[in-house]
Design a protein around this ligand. Structure first.
Ligand SMILES: Cc1cc2nc3c(=O)[nH]c(=O)nc-3n(C[C@H](O)[C@H](O)[C@H](O)COP(=O)(O)OP(=O)(O)OC[C@H]3O[C@@H](n4cnc5c(N)ncnc54)[C@H](O)[C@@H]3O)c2cc1C
Length: 445
C-alpha cells in the first residue's frame, strides 16, 4: 500500500480498495477526466475527499469562485471513501476539558460551535438529496473497564453543564438490555445526535453538488511537482501544467512525502483498519441482543469502534499496521475479529467479508489546522486525527472563506499553523512507543 511517509506520489488512477462501501455503489459520478491540457486558474484544490470537495462547493456557491479540483486517483479514494461513516460533533483528539484549560471557556465554546456547524452542514447537504444510507441517530461511548465509567459520567455531566448538550448515562445493565450485550462494556454515555452512513456515497453526493455549481473535478491527475513563479504557483501533472493564483492542499493523511514546505513534517499518517463481517442471522442478533444501529466507540487509548450496518453486518475498526508495507497483513483484521468476538462470544463462528485500511492524519497538538500562507497564497486543512467526516465540511467552508479573503473565527483551529514534529524522522518510533503505552494503559492503568 502507498506509504505517505516514504513515497512522493499516491499513484495515479488507482482503483478503490475492495471495501464494503465500494460494493454498495454502482457507476461512479461523472467527472472531468484527466487534465490533458495546460490550464490557468484562480484556484486549484489538490485532493477530492470531503475537504477538497466541500471547499470547492462553498467557493462556487457562496463566493462565485469556480475552482479546479485535481485528484490523483478517484473521488474519495483516500480516507473519505474508506472511513467508518460516523458523523460526530468532534474532531482531533483534544478533549473539551483540555481546550478549556489551555485557552479558556470562550475558545472552547467557539470550537464546540464549529463542530456543531460541521454536523449541521452535513445534514443540510444530505437534505439536498444525497442518498447515503443514513441510519437512526445515536452515539454510544462505552467504558471499556469499570474504573473508567466514573470519568465517563463526569464527562457527560460537564458537557451537559457547559453546552447544555443532553447526554444520557447508561448503566451496564441498561446498555446490555436496551442496546447490545457487549461483554467488554461496563456502562456507557449516549449522545442522541451522532449517526452512521455510507461515506463513499456521501462523498459522491458532494462531488455531484460541486459539479452542478460549475466546479471541474479532474481525476487520475496527480500533482507531481510544484514550484513558484512570481505570484503564481506552477503545478505539474503527468499530462498538464497548471498556473494558479491560489492553491488549496486537501490531501490530509494521503499527503505525499516532501509535498510542500508549509506542511512537511507537520503531520503523522497513521493507519486505521476496518473489517465488515458477513451478515448476522436473526438468531445471532438475538444471542447478542444487538438491537441498536447507533455508532459505538470505546474509551481505550487505542480505541475500537463499531456499528451494525443496514444489512445486519457489523463494521468493526481499530488501529492498523504502522507502515504501508504491513497494511495488508491479515493479522490486523484477524485481531479486530478476535476483539469483536470477545465482545460478543455468541459470534464465535463469524467471519469477515471485507477488510481495508486508510491513512488518518495526526497533528502533534491533536487538532486539525486550517491555515494559509499569505505570502504565496497556499492554503491547507489537515490533521483531523481520525475524526473528520463531519468536521472536514466545516473546514472546507472556512477554507473557502479564507480563499475568498473573508475573515474566519479567531480560533486556534483557523489561526495557527500545524506545528512541526520534533525529531520528525523518528515519528514512527514515537508511534510504536505510543502503541506500547496504550496497550499497558488500556489493560492495567
Ligand atoms: C479506517 C478509517 C475510519 C475512519 N472513520 C471515521 C469516522 O467514522 N468518523 C470520522 O469523523 N472520521 C473518520 N475517519 C477520518 C476521516 O475519514 C477523514 O478525516 C476524512 O475523510 C478526511 O478527508 P479529506 O478530504 O481531508 O482527505 P482524504 O479523503 O484522505 O482525501 C485526500 C485525497 O488527496 C489525494 N491526493 C493526495 N496526494 C495528491 C496529489 N499529489 N495530487 C492529487 N491528489 C492527491 C488522495 O488521492 C486522496 O483522495 C476515518 C479514517 C479511516 C482511515
Amino acid at each position: 500500500m502507498y506509504d505517505p511517509m516514504l513515497e512522493t506520489s499516491p499513484g495515479c488512477g488507482k482503483p478503490y480498495p475492495e471495501s464494503y462501501w465500494a460494493s454498495q455503489v454502482s457507476a461512479a459520478p461523472e467527472d472531468d477526466g484527466v487534465l490533458t491540457s495546460d490550464v490557468e486558474a484562480d484556484v486549484i484544490i489538490i485532493g477530492a475527499g470531503y475537504t477538497g470537495l466541500s471547499c470547492a462547493l462553498y467557493l462556487a456557491r457562496e463566493h462565485g469562485i469556480k475552482a479546479h479540483v485535481l485528484e490523483a486517483n478517484k473521488t474519495a479514494w483516500g480516507c473519505s471513501g474508506r472511513n467508518a461513516g460516523f458523523i460526530l460533533k468532534s474532531t482531533g483528539r483534544k478533549t473539551y476539558a483540555q481546550m478549556e484549560q489551555q485557552w479558556g471557556s470562550k475558545i472552547m465554546h467557539g470550537i464546540y460551535d464549529e463542530m456543531c456547524q460541521g454536523v449541521a452542514s452535513v445534514e443540510s447537504l444530505i437534505a439536498e438529496g444525497i442518498d447515503c444510507d443514513r441510519q437512526a441517530s445515536g452515539f454510544l461511548k462505552l467504558a471499556h473497564k469499570p474504573a473508567v465509567f466514573p470519568s465517563l459520567i463526569e464527562q457527560a455531566k460537564l458537557q451537559q453543564k457547559r453546552f447544555g448538550y443532553p447526554v444520557e448515562i447508561l448503566s451496564q445493565g441498561e446498555l446490555r438490555e436496551q442496546y447490545m450485550d457487549d461483554q467488554n462494556a461496563y456502562g456507557a454515555i449516549r449522545y442522541s445526535d451522532g449517526f452512521g452512513l455510507n461515506p463513499l456515497k456521501l462523498a459522491w453526493g458532494y462531488h455531484k453538488l460541486a459539479r452542478a455549481e460549475g466546479v471541474k473535478i479532474h481525476t487520475h491527475s496527480s500533482v507531481e511537482s510544484w514550484r513558484e513563479q512570481g505570484e503564481y504557483q506552477i503545478l505539474t501533472t503527468a499530462s498538464a501544467q497548471i498556473k494558479a493564483k491560489k492553491v488549496v492542499i486537501a490531501t490530509n493523511g494521503y499527503t505525499p512525502k516532501n509535498f510542500h514546505q508549509l506542511i512537511n513534517n507537520r503531520t503523522l499518517p497513521v493507519l486505521s483498519q476496518v473489517i465488515v463481517t458477513e451478515p448476522l442471522s436473526a438468531e445471532q442478533l438475538q444471542a447478542c441482543n444487538f438491537l441498536t444501529e447507533n455508532v459505538v466507540m470505546d474509551t481505550r487509548a487505542l480505541k475500537y469502534f463499531y456499528r451494525k450496518l443496514p444489512d445486519n453486518r457489523i463494521l468493526f475498526g481499530g488501529r492498523g499496521a504502522i507502515t504501508g508495507r504491513g497494511a495488508d497483513d491479515p493479522y490486523f483484521s484477524q485481531r479486530l475479529l478476535k476483539v469483536l468476538k470477545s465482545s460478543f462470544p455468541a459470534l464465535v463462528n463469524l467471519r469477515y467479508d471485507y477488510a481495508w485500511s486508510g491513512w488518518i492524519s495526526v497533528s502533534i497538538d491533536d487538532l486539525p489546522h486550517i491555515y494559509q500562507c499569505e505570502k504565496n497564497r497556499v492554503f491547507y486543512s489537515m490533521g483531523y486525527c481520525g475524526s473528520g467526516v463531519a468536521f472536514s465540511v466545516q473546514a472546507g467552508k472556512r477554507l473557502a472563506e479564507k480563499v475568498a479573503g473573508i475573515t474566519v473565527p479567531d480560533l486556534p483551529l483557523y489561526q495557527q499553523p500545524l506545528q512541526k514534529f520534533p525529531l520528525a524522522p523518528l515519528r514512527r518510533v514515537g508511534q510504536w512507543g505510543y502503541f506500547q503505552y496504550g496497550k499497558v494503559k488500556d489493560k492495567w492503568l
